[in-house]
Ligand binder design. Structure first.
Ligand SMILES: [Zn+2]
Length: 460
């Protein structure tokens, strides 16, 4: 009987291993995905690590010691985690310094208006700019009332619809107001909800019009100034800002790897941006996405799940006011981009994940959707068309397939770019779900027999 038993067992083993090679992605990777999910949900390491990062270093604005000290700490911890090829890749970053700033309502009554200068804004003269205010509700409204704007501070009181729409007033408000002859511009903070929290963010100038100071006030105060104007009251505001642009400063992209067992030169990139604005703790934006990505790789390492290809975690610097980390990474790795299988980013806050938004070929989309089915258990497997992230945008433009982690976005913009973007807004369970989601996708894409196909129609 012995030979028979031996033969049967061999045949069974053979059938099983053939099955592992030839079954659907869902069949082949179910066991590994379940292990990853169980392990991620079984601890709150990511949450505790983010708490150390945010509490110890605070906000991590480009050009600050806080950011560079945080990067030093992360590199040290990644080496302790046993990750491969841990390094900081040098990038020069812009250095804008906010300085002292304030806004005061002078008429019809005195009130200090909570405000934040917008990143890149020039200063006012030292005594400030005191001027009447013209409240407008859109760029069109301003062009209709352009004759009234000269010599005034224009306030764009634009209610939040979605980020992409509303953020245009932050980006282009100063140029548009200056073109109408305004001496300064203010925006209603870009948020659907406020508790007297002003929101900062990037803005830009244009050489064809004079540069004027540009700042955000709160939703509450923007609405109040609107009511005052509607009643025909004269509104006077004094804006004082001392912001400066200093010479570029050195920073680094944080890079670490889980080296692939068979095609180590082919890489799946995942990450977030390690810099933040200079307010709050940058816990949601994007300390959370950074630590989630880091923890996903550490978890795979801890589970002994070594994929065929390399998984590389990248924490980009200077997303907020320059995107120099994203462009610097592309430039430093330009010769390897054809070996970049996929780049993933988590930069939409850390809330309950629902899946990913994907930009790449139709054949690749079909494959990542199938991988998504492994995340159905935690309702995080929905892969939709379109998506990515600011830092991986430069890679997408070179043809690298990209995806962004999709989360419940209903509260993200409450805290975004404010003093309230702090650790207490995050939840350990939601963070663990994000780790599981990123880790399963990265692992399976990195372990499939073939790279994600780039050929065929590409729609973004
Ligand atoms: Zn961000």
């Amino acid at each position: 009987m012995r030979p028979f038993v031996w033969t049967t067992l061999t045949a069974l083993t053979l059938v099983r291993s053939l099955g592992a090679q030839t079954g659907s992605i869902a069949e082949r990777y179910r066991a590994a995905a379940d292990r990853i999910i169980d392990a991620a949900l079984g601890d709150s390491a990511a949450y505790h690590r983010l708490a150390v990062l945010t509490d110890r270093f605070g906000p991590r604005f480009s050009g600050t010691d806080n950011l560079e000290r945080a990067i030093d700490w992360i590199l040290e911890e990644m080496r302790k985690d046993g990750l491969d090829h841990v390094r900081g890749e040098p990038v020069m970053v812009p250095r804008w310094v906010r300085g002292e700033e304030s806004a005061e309502l002078l008429e019809p009554r005195h009130r200090r208006l909570p405000m934040l200068g917008l990143g890149g804004s020039i200063a006012t003269p030292p005594q400030g700019i005191s001027a009447p205010v013209l409240v407008v509700q859109s760029f069109d409204d301003l062009s209709r009332r352009a004759a009234e704007a000269r010599g005034k501070i224009v306030l764009f009181n634009v209610p939040f619809t979605n980020y992409g729409e509303t953020v245009r007033y932050r980006g282009a408000g100063a140029v548009t107001a200056a073109r109408a002859g305004a001496v300064a511009s203010l925006i209603r903070s870009v948020t659907p909800y406020s508790q007297q929290t002003p929101h900062t963010g990037g803005m830009s100038y244009n050489d064809s019009v004079p540069k004027i100071p540009h700042a955000a006030i709160t939703v509450e105060d923007a609405d109040m100034l609107q009511r005052m104007q509607d009643r025909g009251e004269r509104i006077m505001v004094r804006l004082r800002m001392s912001a400066q642009m200093l010479p570029d400063a050195p920073s680094r992209n944080v890079v670490a790897e889980l080296r692939g067992s068979q095609q180590p030169n082919q890489v799946v990139v995942l990450g977030g941006h390690i810099d933040s604005w200079d307010v709050g703790q940058g816990a949601m934006d994007d300390g959370g996405g950074s630590v989630v990505s880091w923890e996903a790789v550490r978890l795979l390492k801890r589970l002994g799940l070594t994929p065929r290809r390399t998984i590389r975690v990248v924490l980009w610097t200077n997303e907020e006011n320059g995107l120099r980390g994203g462009t610097g990474y592309r430039d430093a790795h330009v010769s390897e981009l054809s070996d970049h299988v996929l780049a993933m980013e988590s930069d939409a806050g850390v809330f309950t994940p629902s899946g990913f938004g994907f930009s790449g070929s139709d054949a690749a989309f079909a494959r990542v959707r199938e991988i998504g089915s492994l995340l159905k258990r935690i309702d995080a497997g929905e892969v939709t068309r379109g998506g990515g992230g600011a830092d991986i945008g430069p890679l997408a433009r070179e043809g690298v397939p990209v995806m962004g982690l999709t989360v419940d976005g209903s509260r993200y913009f409450y805290y975004h770019h404010t003093d309230a973007d702090t650790m207490d807004k995050l939840n350990p369970r939601e963070m663990a779900l994000c780790v599981a989601t990123m880790a399963v996708m990265a692992y399976v894409v990195a372990d499939l027999p073939d790279m994600l196909p780039r050929a065929g129609p590409v729609s973004r």
